[in-house]
Ligand binder design. Structure first.
Ligand code: R5P
Length: 288
């Protein structure tokens, strides 16, 4: 028996996953006590079941304890195994000690999750200096990419696209999306100047005038990267780009600012957001 258990706020994507798998979506009751501690109850039978907890990990700190309580409770109630389906996996970007004394949070977070779960599945984690999640997790990991549904969305909706990756790191998924969408692509160069400030320098894109610019990135957080790239494209005469993002983290006010510089903004539903248009339920449930 397999049971999908949603962490609070993940019910919609958990139900899509359960529907696609043809398995039960369990019920989790959750609330905060007046002192802000968390109350959690699994209101479904999980004895003997292979449980998958669905929890996207945008804004991870406030939900992490509840996630651990849910996993531990499922285990105490007799679940045969407990997996985590985290459409967005947080803390992957701080993967080295850039400055003396810093926490390598990707490693610590992976170790913590490995302690409470038996397996983890995620979508397009931000792997930069780490080659594979297996380097930091001690449990089996499964990585799924949203490249196919993004490429199909672009192929169906955008006339004569030119795909633009805002930095060197984006080449890994831009190339895959471009191949499937049969579209050309270029990759810009980014220098990070601080948590929110970046400088994006485009290559010569004059040959692509008359195409529709489509900016693609895995994460929009402070928006510095997307905004800088969009402004460069406008300055280069290509017009406002269509901005496509896998994980729509969007810090406060960023979506509104980007709307001024983009023709449209589209994201996958790994993180619930007004811009969600591309579903990941299919890729999460298809066989590897
Ligand atoms: C980093 O290299 C990622 O691929 C994204 O470009 C980055 O995380 C976006 O962050 P922000 O929106 O804060 O510029």
């Amino acid at each position: 028996m397999r049971v999908i258990l949603p962490m609070p706020g993940n019910e919609a994507i958990a139900q899509s996953i359960a529907r696609k798998l043809g398995v039960a979506c369990g019920v989790v009751e959750w609330r905060r006590f007046p002192d802000e501690e968390a109350y959690i109850r699994i209101a479904s039978d999980v004895r003997g079941a292979h449980v998958d907890v669905v929890c996207t990990l945008a804004n991870p700190d406030p939900q992490f304890l509840s996630l651990v309580f849910l996993a531990e409770t499922a285990r105490e109630l007799g679940a045969a195994s407990i997996g985590l389906i985290a459409p967005y996996l947080a803390y992957m970007r701080q993967d080295v000690r850039f400055n003396e004394g810093e926490a390598i949070s990707s490693l610590h977070f992976a170790r913590l999750l490995s302690r409470y779960f038996d397996r983890v599945t995620t979508i397009d984690p931000h792997l930069h200096r780490i080659g594979s999640l297996d380097e930091i997790f001690s449990i089996p990991t499964r990585v799924v990419t949203a490249s196919a549904p993004i490429a199909d969305w672009i192929g169906n909706r955008i006339e004569r696209p030119i795909l633009i990756g805002p930095d060197q790191e984006s080449e890994q998924w831009i190339a895959a999306i471009a191949a499937r969408a049969q579209a050309p692509y270029v990759v810009a160069h980014k220098t990070r100047l601080g948590d929110r400030r970046v400088l994006v320098e485009l290559p010569d894109i004059s040959a692509w005038r008359g195409h529709t610019p489509v900016l693609i990135d895995d994460i929009v957080s402070s928006g510095g990267t997307m905004l800088s790239a969009a402004h460069q494209l406008i300055g280069a005469g290509l017009g406002k780009p269509c901005c496509v993002v896998v994980h729509a983290l969007f810090a406060e006010g960023v979506f509104e600012a980007l709307q001024q510089a983009a023709s449209q903004i589209v994201s996958t539903d790994t993180v619930a957001h007004a811009s969600n248009e591309i579903s990941v339920a299919e890729i999460l449930t298809s066989n590897p």
